[in-house]
Structures are given as C-alpha cells and as structure tokens.
Design a protein around this ligand. Structure first.
Ligand code: SIN
Length: 320
C-alpha cells in the first residue's frame, strides 16, 4: 500500500469562520478574537479554521453589519452603541453617560433578562447575538483638558454612529462628528475633529496620543460589545460544531472580561511613560457637573425607544 507522503503541512480546514473587527489586536476585543481562533482550531483538530481580520482590514464601522447580513463575514463584535444604525436603538442604552457606576451594574443588564431581551431583537435583522463583553469605561481627549462642560464649547468631537453619544456631546456644548473608528486618528491628526472619547486601550493602540495633547479621565460612559453572527450561517452548522464554537466563544468573552481592566491600566501606564499627553483626573465636583450637563440624554433616548426599555433598565439597575 502506498501511503501519501507526509508534508508536515497542517490539515486544510473544512470550514473557515471569518471574524472581522475594527480595533487593534492588543485590545480586549482583539485578544478575545485571537483566543477564540486558537480554541476553535485546537478543539476541532484543525477541521474548523478561524480567520481574524483586525483593524477594519476587511470591513469597518460603515459596512461590517451589512457584510455580516450578506454572509461576507461570519462574526463581528461591534460596540453596543452602533446597533442603532441597524434598527435596534434600544442597544444604545449601554452608551448612556454616567449610567453605570461599575462593571457589576453592567452585568445586571448583560447577564439578566434585559440582556436576553435585547439579543432577541437581532433575528429581526437576520442575526444571532452570541454574547456581550467589555472594553471598559471611556475617557475624553482633545488638545486641552476636558474637565467642565464649558471646556467642550465649540469642539468638534468624533463620535461612533450613535444617537446617544451624539446627544451626549451636544449636551456638553460640543459638535458631534460621526466617523468610523478606523478614520479617527487621521481625522484628529488633520484637525478635521478636535477630540474624541474611548477607553485608554483603544486610544493607545490607535496612537491617538501622538495627536492629542490631553486625556481627561472622565470615566463618563461604558464601551462594550456584542458578538453577532449570521442566522443562516449559524443554523447551517452541525449541532456539535455549533456547540463547540459557542463554548469557545463564551470562554473567549469571559477571558476578555477578566483582562479588559488590566489592558486599559497597562495602556494608561504606557501613555504616562510616552509623555506625549497630559493626563487629568477630575474632582468630584467636576465629574458631578459633567453628569448634570448630560442628564437630558436619558430622556432623549427614552423618546426614541419603547417606554418599556427604560423602565426595565431602571428596574434592573435598582436591584442590589
Ligand atoms: C471599538 O472598540 O470597537 C470601537 C469603538 C469606537 O468606534 O469608538
């Protein structure tokens, strides 16, 4: 019997999942996506491959959801604030400024009935939601400190495609400019926008510190994600494969949640060492004044979504 020559090459996968995202690999999302790839490829013995496309290499904010709906990619993990643009504005509740005191408050939504109810809206768009996970709390940057509402006056602030975040910037006296994440650094460098907001891991890994002289530690809002897949693709997987992929994903998201804080802390440390950007802490009074300025945003979102969402949200957050 003639045996085929051993080539040493790994087996070619029968299926390759394409996971597209817009951030750098050294971020909570980037690291979670890479861990997911390792787990799936190991557990399937190489039969299922995962190709991760970071940094908007394949699709960016403006087309990744559409690409997923068309089956051009299999997994994406957009910021929860970006789901309004596919007709699910209730997801924007996560972007409400000063809504969450800490991550345990976030978990009351993501691990509770409200999180499930949010995910149940996705099949209307031909999508399936597989899980929530964190980046962390956002900070404000510009070429000046942003400590009081008056500091925002007239600034053009880059925002995600989000009604809530645009409303937040307006409430602070700034002019929101919606731009894809991948365009942000360039727009800051060119002076098309004056400032932006993001957790420090995103700020650092996009080299925004090279073009922003001041970062104010406002911690004014949460940035988290949902991993979504195409419903048709998901249903056509073999049940065992689907279960294995889902398990690998849940483990990767749990991993992201455990490292997200540390990633942001490390990025802040690296930023301090780089010495390019002044870092400002806020006093309790300054933070309270920012909070007061953005209070109307809750009402503005409430008028765009079914009243039940806001009452469910308040109830979930009240629970001890
Ligand atoms: C992301 O973390 O996915 C991007 C957030 C942003 O667009 O600001």
């Amino acid at each position: 019997m003639v045996l085929p020559a051993a080539t040493g090459a790994p087996p070619r996968p029968d299926i390759t999942l394409r996971f597209s995202h817009v951030v750098a690999e050294e971020t909570p999302k980037g690291l979670a996506a890479n861990r997911f790839k390792v787990l799936v490829e190991q557990r399937s013995g190489g039969r299922i491959g995962v190709q991760v496309y970071p940094n908007a290499q394949l699709y960016g904010d403006d087309d990744e959801m559409q690409a997923l709906q068309m089956g051009a990619v299999d997994l994406v993990a957009p910021s929860l604030s970006k789901f309004g643009r596919i007709g699910l504005p209730e997801f924007e509740m996560f972007g409400l400024p000063f809504l969450f005191d800490d991550l345990s408050a976030v978990r009351r939504i993501t691990l509770g009935p409200l999180g499930q109810k949010l995910m149940q809206g996705l099949p209307r768009q031909g999508l399936v939601g597989l899980g929530f996970f964190d980046n962390g709390f956002k900070q404000m940057s510009a070429n000046r400190p942003l400590l009081e509402p008056k500091d925002f006056a007239g600034l053009r602030m880059r925002v995600q495609a989000s009604f809530v975040i645009a409303a937040q910037m307006r409430a602070l006296g700034a002019k929101p400019v919606t731009l894809a994440f991948s365009e942000t650094r360039r727009a800051l460098a060119a002076g098309v926008v004056d400032g932006t907001e993001n957790p420090v891991s995103n700020f650092w890994t996009q080299n925004m510190h090279e073009v922003q002289s001041d970062l104010s530690l406002t911690e004014h809002g949460y940035l988290g994600y949902a991993v979504v897949t195409n419903q048709r693709f998901w249903q056509h997987l073999q049940p065992d494969d689907r279960a294995m992929i889902n398990q690998a994903l849940q483990e990767s998201l749990a991993f992201a949640n455990t490292i997200a804080d540390a990633q942001n802390d490390q990025a802040l440390q690296a930023l301090r060492q780089a010495g390019t950007t002044r870092i400002h802490s806020l006093s309790t009074g300054q933070r309270a004044r920012l909070r007061q300025a953005v209070e109307p945003v809750q009402q503005q979102l409430a008028s765009r979504i079914a009243p039940r969402w806001m009452s469910d949200l308040k109830q979930a957050l009240r629970k001890a």
